[in-house]
Design a protein around this ligand. Structure first.
Ligand code: NAD
Length: 275
């Protein structure tokens, strides 16, 4: 059956499962995105930082899919923050992607010490008002940074893409998002592979005749997050898309919610990153 969608506060829909391309080499991006589109993914998450927007664009162009059949996200890199800088960076991304409009544009990190994320978001509002991007949001934003955005721009971002996986479940930030009508998108949804050998997850996988990655992605779908797993291996790209047709029970969800590992957060701290 089909992958569910999440309705954003602006009324647009995003597939709850997408394909991420962080650390995919530029010359490999076209192949893996073509692989993902063939398997059925209809949402692709890239970023200027990843250096592979052109490969993503070539895969989209070769796919034979209509523009409105694929949801494309890219992100503004920290070096490009600022109002005019953001408008220029967006044009450059769109040239590399070869698209006339984007589905979702995100401010990649707040970089509080830079003090430019409000100006950057104002540029996103302009791009949205001009019809060049359909939805605008943020990534790695704390509650404090989002509240400042809302106070200064009068707009609530549609989505916040944050590190989120078993062992780092972001319970408080998710509750805050819920109260504000912000969609939660999970990066490193598989904990970059580190959570897949956990005995609890393995046991649940055996119960359902599924793989640990499928169990973790199913957990994301059932807790309401949008997941964007990455792989360059065809069998895993396919495996990570096969997450429909079974359900985890409440006890299984609770067991995964309760997992704790030596390392919780795997990536940088948004309060200090980019400073
Ligand atoms: P992930 O949790 O998706 O893990 C990917 C890794 O897990 C793979 O490299 C592989 O080693 C392993 N893996 C994947 N599928 C597997 C399977 N079926 N079986 C066994 N191992 C498997 O981590 P990620 O790539 O860091 O995050 C996903 C996406 O999120 C990125 O590609 C990118 O698009 C986005 N992201 C965004 C930010 C941000 O700051 N906004 C940061 C990191 C990643």
């Amino acid at each position: 059956s089909a992958i569910p969608t999440i309705v954003l506060s602006d009324g647009r829909q995003i597939p709850q499962l997408g394909f991420g391309v962080y650390k995919v080499e530029p010359d490999e991006a076209q192949r893996v995105v073509e692989e993902a589109l063939t398997v059925g993914y209809r949402s692709i998450d890239t970023a200027t930082l990843y250096g592979n927007e052109d490969g993503v664009g070539r895969a989209l162009a070769n796919s034979g899919l209509r523009r409105n059949e694929v949801f494309v996200t890219t992100k503004l890199w920290n070096d490009d923050q600022g109002y005019d800088e953001t408008l220029r960076a967006f044009d450059a991304s769109m040239n590399r992607l070869g698209l006339d409009h984007l589905d979702l544009y995100l401010v990649h990190w707040p970089v509080p010490s830079l003090g430019r994320y409000v100006d950057s978001f104002r540029a996103l509002q302009k791009l949205r008002d001009d019809g060049r991007v359909k939805s605008i949001g943020v990534s790695n934003f704390t509650e404090e940074a989002i509240e400042r955005l809302i106070a200064e721009t009068g707009e609530v971002p549609a989505l916040n893409q944050i590190e989120l996986h078993p062992g780092f479940t972001q319970t408080e930030l998710r509750a805050y998002h819920m109260g504000r009508g912000i969609a939660t998108e999970a990066w490193a949804p598989l904990g970059q592979g580190s959570v897949l050998g956990d005995p609890t997850i393995e046991a649940i996988a055996r119960t359902h005749g599924r793989t640990p990655a499928q169990i973790v992605l199913r957990w994301h779908l059932q807790i309401g997050t949008i997941a964007i797993p990455k792989s360059v291996t065809p069998s895993r790209i396919a495996e990570n898309f096969e997450v429909m047709g079974f359900r985890l029970g409440p006890d299984e969800i609770d067991a995964i919610d309760g997992l704790r590992f030596d390392v919780g957060r795997l990536g940088p701290d948004p309060e200090t990153f980019g400073a």
